[in-house]
Design a protein around this ligand. Structure first.
Ligand SMILES: NC(=O)c1ccc[n+]([C@@H]2O[C@H](COP(=O)([O-])OP(=O)(O)OC[C@H]3O[C@@H](n4cnc5c(N)ncnc54)[C@H](O)[C@@H]3O)[C@@H](O)[C@H]2O)c1
Length: 287
């Protein structure tokens, strides 16, 4: 396939937690961006969150007011997919549902130019399976940002079975221009970070019961003894216990390795509504 000679305009589909952060990165990096949400109200809410975060940068003297205004002026919003026609790259960040992503990619291909690159921010679905929705899968790659996207330095650039090298390298270059540390990897369940981190955290949680260590002492053990920047219970509380259980189940479903399965203790916590920081209580209690 022929990829766009230069990425100038980026479409972002779905402006939830991840999409709004990715749109912010795009406009801060100087790209023209168009964000598509299902309703105009959701789009405006996302713009409000982006404006809030940019204002915080201005307050901390990390950005000038002029740069904030210029960045916001580069972001347009739409509910109409057809308005993404002029994009050189589209990054999809809608709900983590294969059927919804397949339908969207099929529609998207009808709208964009033949040299536009299509990226998905999926965490746990197969990029190759999503790429199968389009006639030209060579143009599809994964761009897996971490939450919160504006702050987390990593982006995994995922090569699906049929991705072209041009599409992979173009996505890598966009990640770099957004100020990230991109890494290239192939399309395997969990990619790099979650493939390592999910079973590791599950091991930590099993040790809570096996060694009858308290969450506080387990966190101390891993920070003071293994040099972790944050203990595993603190980390799972921060990520969200429901998010961790969901990611574990998705990896277990794909790999069938017992270590991937969420320990019953944490599933029970999720079912009880103990979701970590966001619910005020998980392994720890928050104000
Ligand atoms: N939250 C995370 O920690 C995280 C991290 C990395 C990757 N991801 C991935 O990013 C994607 C989005 O996750 P999220 O946490 O931002 O979800 P979210 O629920 O916060 O946002 C999804 C948004 O997509 C919108 N949407 C749904 N269908 C749409 C469509 N057809 N067109 C336009 N907008 C549509 C919804 O209205 C919603 O605002 C998922 O694939 C998820 O796996 C999430």
């Amino acid at each position: 396939m022929v990829v766009a000679p230069e990425i100038r305009k980026i479409g972002i589909i779905g402006l939830g937690s991840m999409g709004a952060g990715i749109a912010q990165l795009a406009v801060e990096a100087g790209y023209e961006a168009i964000g598509r949400e299902v309703t105009a109200e959701l789009g405006q809410q996302a713009r409000g969150r982006i404006a809030h975060f940019l204002q915080r940068k201005v307050d901390k003297e990390r950005m000038s007011a002029d740069d904030r205004d210029a960045a916001l002026a580069r972001l347009t919003l739409t509910t109409d997919l057809a308005e993404l026609a002029g994009c050189d790259l589209v990054i999809e960040a809608i709900v983590e549902d294969l059927g919804a992503k397949l339908a969207l990619f099929a529609d998207l291909e009808e709208v964009v130019r033949s040299d536009a690159i299509l990226a998905t921010n999926t965490s746990a679905l197969s990029v190759t399976e999503i790429a199968a929705a389009v006639a030209e899968p060579a143009r599809v790659v994964g761009m897996h940002f971490f939450n919160p996207a504006p702050l987390m330095p990593l982006v995994e650039i995922v090569r699906a079975e049929l991705s072209s090298s041009e599409a992979v390298e173009a996505a890598y270059a966009v990640g770099e221009r957004m100020g990230k540390h991109p890494v290239r990897c192939h399309d395997t369940p969990g990619f790099v970070v979650n493939r390592v981190l999910i079973p590791l955290l599950n091991d930590c949680l099993r040790v809570l019961d096996e060694a009858r260590v308290s969450p506080e002492d387990l966190d101390t053990a891993m920070t003071a003894g293994a040099g972790w920047p944050m203990g595993p219970c603190t980390l799972v509380d921060l990520v969200g216990i429901d998010v961790h259980v969901h990611a574990s189940e998705a990896l277990y479903e794909k790999l069938r390795e017992p270590r991937m399965a969420p320990p019953p203790r944490i599933v029970a916590m999720k079912n009880a509504g103990l979701l970590g920081r966001k619910s005020g209580r998980g392994f720890y209690t928050y104000e």
